[in-house]
Design a protein around this ligand. Structure first.
Ligand code: SAM
Length: 277
């Protein structure tokens, strides 16, 4: 503590610590040295699926107490986990694959730790949405991630088609063909499948090309779907822009005209004239 009387015991207390550790999305060789060291240093590991995590841990000779922590347990086990952390136990959180909290359990716990002043460290590593973006070869300066597509994806897909950047979504192999049917046939899309595994592929083309391909070759395995950049207001005529604002953003004709005039920097009355003659 030196001579500073305000340096209290807080500075020498054991820091309660949660480690959020990314693990491979297929190829077990993709785990980082730091991830392995951190896993080995924890007192126990919270696992989405203990059996699945055992495969990775056994491969690297790490023996730990494994505690089941899946999405149905996230809220119920919160108090108990926080108490363990506050008692000074060092816990690691891992999901089945990739980065916890990204469509995997973890966010509720991390937020609760933050609120209780429990230190959280994230050990970075594989994440399928980033991997798919990299494989696509598209401009990554603007993208939106929308997680799993809902069972009725029409509205979400309409919004994605208007988004002026790449949209990244998780999709199941059983639904891919139906989803591709709902995307404008001319739109460029990419399907990143089984990344880092034996049958990895990243197939790109128009939605209609990929629809034909996957109708003929039933998709299998894990899939990330990317929908290419939608048009920017500059690419559209005034009429097209007004139509898009109505269709995709649900604006009234009047509202769409007002927005379109603003986007295109033209007087509102000129746009009104086009629609009211
Ligand atoms: N947290 C994970 C991550 O960081 O990648 C994502 C978990 S989410 C529950 C699982 C979904 O991620 C899969 O259904 C699939 O859409 C995608 N995914 C995971 N691994 C993949 C892989 N190796 N290839 C393609 N998609 C993958």
């Amino acid at each position: 503590l030196g001579s500073n009387p305000s340096a209290t015991f807080e500075s020498v207390q054991v820091q309660p610590l949660l480690f959020v550790i990314a693990t491979p999305i297929g190829n077990l060789g993709d785990v980082s040295k730091r991830a392995l060291e951190t896993l080995a240093s924890c007192d126990a590991l919270l696992c989405e699926d203990t059996r699945r995590s055992s495969i990775l841990l056994e491969r690297y000779g790490i023996k730990k107490q494994l505690i089941s922590y899946h999405k149905f347990k996230e809220k119920g086990s919160l108090d108990w986990i926080l108490e363990e952390l506050e008692a000074g136990r060092k816990l690691g959180l891992i999901s089945d694959a990739g980065t916890p909290c990204i469509n995997d359990p973890g966010q509720i716990l991390v937020e609760a730790c933050r609120m209780r002043g429990i230190e959280v460290q994230a050990v970075p590593g594989p994440c399928s949405l980033i991997q798919a973006l990299v494989l696509s070869g598209w401009d990554t300066s603007r993208f939106q991630f929308i997680g799993f597509l809902p069972k009725k994806p029409e509205a979400v897909l309409r919004q994605a088609m208007a988004y002026p950047g790449t949209t990244v979504a998780f999709e199941s192999p059983e639904r891919l063909v139906e989803t591709l049917k709902m995307i404008d046939g001319e739109r460029v899309v990419a399907v990143a499948r089984e990344m880092t595994k034996t049958f990895e592929e990243c197939r790109k083309g128009t939605a209609s090309e990929l629809l034909e391909h996957f109708k003929a070759n039933r998709p299998r395995g894990e899939i990330v779907l990317l929908i290419g950049e939608g048009p920017t207001p500059d690419d559209l005529s005034l009429e097209e822009l007004v139509e898009m604002l109505q269709d995709l953003h649900g604006l009234s004709l009047k509202g769409a005209i007002r927005q379109a005039a603003r986007f295109k920097d033209v007087p509102k009355r000129d746009v009104y004239k086009k629609f009211h003659n």
